[in-house]
Design a protein. Sequence first.
Lengths: 668, 388
Amino acid sequence: MTQSHWIERSLFAVNSSTAERIGCGIITDCPKGNLGVDASTLPPVSTVVFFVVICLPFLELTNNLNSMSHDQSYIRNFSIIAHVDHGKSTIADRFIQVCGGLSEREMDKQVLDSMDIERERGITIKAQSVSLNYKASDGKAYQLNFIDTPGHVDFSYEVSRSLVACEGALLVVDAAQGVEAQSVANCYTAVEQGLEVLPVLNKIDLPSADPERVKEEIENVIGIEAADALEVSAKTGQGIAEVLDALVKSIPAPSGDPDAPLRALIVDSWFDNYLGVVSLIRVVDGSLSKGEKITMMSTGMSHQADRLGIFTPKRVDRTVLRAGEVGFVTASVKDIHGAPVGDTITATKSPAEEALPGFKEVQPRVFAGMFPTEAEDYPSLREALEKLQLNDSALKFEPEVSDALGFGFRCGFLGMLHMEIIQERLEREHDIDLVTTAPTVIYQIETIDGETILLDNPAKMPETNKIKAFREPLILANLLLPQDYVGPVIGLCEEKRGVQKDMQYLGNQVSIQYELPLSEVVLDFFDRLKSVSRGYASFDYEFLRFEEGKFSRLDILINTEKVDALSSIVHSDFARPRGRDLVERLKELIPRQMFDIAIQAATGSQILARSSIKALRKNVTAKCYGGDVSRKRKLLEKQKAGKKRMKQVGRVHVPQEAFLAVLKVDKS
Amino acid sequence: MSDPSTPLTPPPLSLYLHFPWCVRKCPYCDFNSHQRSGDLPQTEYVDALITDLELDLPHVWGRSIYSIFMGGGTPSLFSPEQMDRLLSAVRARIPIRPDAEITMEANPGTLEYAPMDEYRAAGINRLSIGVQTFDDALLSRIGRIHSSAEAASAVSRAQRGGFDRINIDLMYALPGQSLGQALYDVRMALDLGVEHLSHYQLTIEPNTLFHAKPPVLPGDDDAWTIQEQCQAKIQAAGLVQYEVSAYARPGQACQHNLNYWRFGDYLGIGAGAHGKITSGSSQQVIRTTRQKHPTAYLASAGTEKAVIERRALTQSDLRFEYMLNAMRMNEGFEIDHHQQATGLMLDQDQAPWPSLRADGLIEQQGLQIKPSARGRQYLNEITERFLD
């Protein structure tokens, strides 16, 4: 999809690779897959948590962390909120350097360069945890736990999860570019959760940096005090130590009760091939000791805490984790549902009375069918989805049968990026050729029998005469853009059936709020927004409500046969133009075959648009003599393989892209 | 997969002799041909062909030659004396049937001063002339060295020199060619009174200049119209289509090519030549390939080094290759013949037969199976289904 998505994804890679390099001397025996150095654990999986502990050649220091007498007042848990490219990872590198992790030469030559390579490759890796040991200007040593947050709107729920483990956050803003919508949203989340937010202006060394304007913008757009925002250049190292000092001063120490019964929040859980389920926890009250019996408060299941420790980034075992600390625990939990994210761990012997407030369970917003091109791949697809789900609780799936595509799964995703990542992982890592149907949002239907149905599959829509009310999900979109693009962006929102709610001029930036149907956003909103604003508009959204409207199911018939996988729910006013676009698009995508192909779009029994693909006149190899038979064979094999990648609907071979054609319509 | 229940019976044996040089390499040509530089080593090359042939003789012991085809490249760059020497040497080493068809490919532009009667006297009894088109502008567009007038005169000279079996190669759907131009080519060829026409659509093959720099060709629908109308015109003149691109007066079909399409055997002698030999004793069908480059071939001919591949076909190869060839002919094939030539039973209840029938791509009369008119239109559809 959009380029920005890929940049977003590579960001994860940058962070984790940094962590990996830092630990290069001691991480070599680290089993693949545990701390996320494994490419199979991608970002949707979780919050990216960094506890930077300087470990090279500072094993001793690690031991210090281990044995240091425990005093919560010397712990600071923080995360960094930043838009892609605003310099989060470079700042993180500088922190490591200032804390003595690597020499400047090593930083430049090894860490940063190798990061660039990772960035180019766009490898996405689940980040690993790092902790920093920092001697502040007051002469005291602090344990700084740095917790990263993903930037993409699909994963905003991950952000709130990481933030729960912190007492403060740095808001990093590019001193030239100014504030972006995603940072605004994440910053609000931090403020709502009672975190101390410290604004930091990065890239202050750029000639185009305009700190005064950006400070004003932070105050105007986000509404937090920014006059004293720290000015840094992660590139030159300017101001980095000051940030660390400010962090120690302004961010409160953890405030749990070290003597109360144990309460530890599961921030994230993932499946590790060697250890089973590993949970990242934040100890709020009390302490957790190795070998102790623990209970998951939601399920009541008890386990023994086999191993616990911290990430340095190497997994360092500890015998105890105390209030205020963040670390991992493994407890022979076989599958990830046994250690649900947001659950509270307590001690079986003296349990806490009340669980910590957990997280809202994340609801998938976008649904699509995934079908193997080869029917015999169905069991492998199920297995692959199950494996992915181990590390990605947001992924939902259930079996689906399509007349056109056979057996597959209806999958629920957080958003389009999430869907693309899953799709890519299935194809790349699990080597399954897929046909993915056009994504749809969930509709709410009230039947005349008074039943409420949540419709995640157009094919399952009840008969029109059974429907009393048809509602679609609405979102509130927050857009932030330079003044010049107000016109085109408003035009786009109106075209997408949006209703303007608010517009404010904040210095050079304009903040616009629109109520938009989620279905329109799912289609191609990101791409269109990027193109009408030349990449300057940023966007964030939250779910608002279901709203009643007139909707119909737009069916596509190929040679008079309805292709269920091509059906979509559309606003009735747009059924005809959408149908026309779709038919034309399919005409382009379906190759000519031995016979004429009629393509029709219909709602109910009413045909809205039609088109046809003329039969291929011939498909013949002109010359074939005694010569190179194997060359002719290769040619035909290629032709055949091309067909194999298509799905056969009746006698018609339909290429995979056709099933996503719904996405690409009205792009003109 | 069918059981190999019938013994393989060696089919008729042909001989293919390859001449890998041309005056100029054509931009559409993917055959093994090399631009001539200086004088051709005619004597050495003919010597090489003879020793190369000797290498394969043990594999065809006791069999006689049913047809010979001298292809290229441009065999007509070789003198009648060399051709005479070559054919005499072949005759001395393996029996050639008295009625054998012996064809030489010739290109206009190399035939102006060639003594046609001498080629005829050497034993060559059929000429295949690479005219391609009678339109001078198109000729130069497809990189040919001759003119339309030279082409016509080459044909007349051959006829006067005693050749009563002449084929003209024509290509259609050439870059920028109109229907009218294509029909003109057909009329010109028919007016020259030849017995055989090969009428192919120009296809862009990999590893050709046209593949690297594709010319603008008529669209599929236009190419189809050209084919339909040219076909009608050729057939109206009494030449009958017997293969995808081949038309002949009754009794004038090219026996050598028919042997390929009937899955016959052939020795492939010369640089880059391909052969196919059925061995009754080992019950195998062997494909052979010779060194492609003339220099490498000349250096190794007569030794096993000249053979870069000698490969026994698998059952799946046999099944596919038989159909790849047999379905090209309007007459199709007889089920018994399939069994003799491949050693495999043909089970019509097995894929892809039911789907071929359902899609109307084949027709059957008794034991004869042939592509339907529709099947001939979508021949690749048919053959592709025999790939596993």
